[in-house]
Write a new protein. Structure first.
Length: 66
């Protein structure tokens, strides 16, 4: 999955399924909140084929290797 994610460019629309982990840290007396995602699936959304209902043509599915 990391190999596929490395091919994505900034701004590429994707769907990510997984777990969100909220985290907080303090820097210079200010509390900051961040989120990390442990992805189970990444789907690239392809808007170049409008009207196609098939998932195989509308998105590329990448499953987590077990």
């Amino acid at each position: 999955m990391a190999k596929f994610a490395a091919t994505l460019k900034a701004g590429t629309p994707v769907i990510v399924e997984g777990k969100i982990k909220p985290e907080t840290y303090t820097a210079d007396g200010v509390e900051h909140k961040t989120f990390s995602i442990k992805a189970d699936y990444i789907r690239k959304i392809d808007y170049s084929a409008p009207g196609e209902a098939s998932e195989s043509k509308a998105a590329k599915v990448v499953k987590k290797a077990k």
